[in-house]
Write a protein that binds this ligand. Structure first.
Ligand code: PGA
Length: 252
């Protein structure tokens, strides 16, 4: 099996004022500034990107955004472009988070455009996929995830290996209910299989697949130990330095 460096990203969502963001980034930096074994990414809200970027500038920690528009500039009130994120030294961008899909109506076609724009701007997309509870309960989880991947990655065969995928079962996000390590492994292996069909074996063995959904220090190690789990996308537990650092350490 190809070696895949683990990647842990903190998705702060719509949390943290500027002062709180600066404090959190500084506290995380104390422990993780020199972390090289794992890729560590912080995704604060847009308003805190510059400040957090400055705090982590001289470290191995990378900056990411939570969303972006696909156009470079223009009359798109309220939107942020890939070029603007590059300007703030972002390296990653979360695309297609389930909250963007369900609350803000993002479709797979929009997500496909965002992925193309992110890659063109040299940003590494973290593409989120995952099924709702009802879809799991009715035995459709693998099909839903296959459909999302197929539509989101349409025409991106050569680029697939440079995208990070986050499997986030919607029923596990912010609910305290985590997928079991077996459920996570099963879906991650399925995702790798779909990538193999879409983009070939080499891409499938290179692509990194994070698990997300109620990851905590107490369950992280067991999930990260699964062969097809290459790290995590952490929401609630990334809002506190100690729990985020413990999760990063559990992945090493
Ligand atoms: P959670 O969120 O860790 O709070 O469940 C994960 C996510 O939505 O990325």
């Amino acid at each position: 099996m190809k070696f895949r460096k683990k990647i842990i990203a903190g998705n702060w969502k719509m949390n943290k004022t500027l002062a709180d963001a600066e404090n959190l980034a500084s506290a995380i930096k104390l422990d993780l500034a020199d972390c090289r074994e794992v890729d560590v990414v912080l995704c604060p809200p847009f308003t805190a990107l510059k400040t957090v970027g400055e705090v982590i500038a001289d470290t191995h920690i990378k900056l990411g955004a939570q969303n972006m528009h696909w156009e470079t500039s223009g009359a798109f009130t309220g939107e942020i472009s890939p070029a603007m994120l590059r300007d703030l030294f972002c390296r990653y961008v979360i695309i297609g988070h389930s909250e963007r899909r369900s609350i803000f109506g993002e479709t797979d076609a929009m997500i496909n455009r965002k992925l193309r724009a992110a890659l063109a701007a040299n940003l590494t997309p973290i593409l989120c996929v995952g099924e709702a509870l009802q879809e799991r309960d009715s035995g459709r989880a693998v099909d839903v995830v296959r459909q999302q991947l197929t539509a989101d990655l349409d025409g991106l065969k050569d680029e697939a290996k440079s995208i990070v995928i986050a499997y986030e079962p919607v029923w596990a996000i912010g609910t305290g209910r985590t997928a079991t390590p077996e459920q996570a492994q099963e879906m991650h292996a399925h995702i790798r299989g779909v990538i193999s069909e879409l983009a070939g074996e080499e891409a499938a063995s290179a692509v990194r697949i994070q698990y997300g959904g109620s990851v905590k220090p107490s369950n992280a190690a067991e999930i990260f130990r699964q062969p097809d789990v290459d790290g995590g996308l952490i929401g609630g537990a990334s809002l506190e330095a100690r729990s985020f650092v413990e999760i990063v350490k559990a992945s090493g």
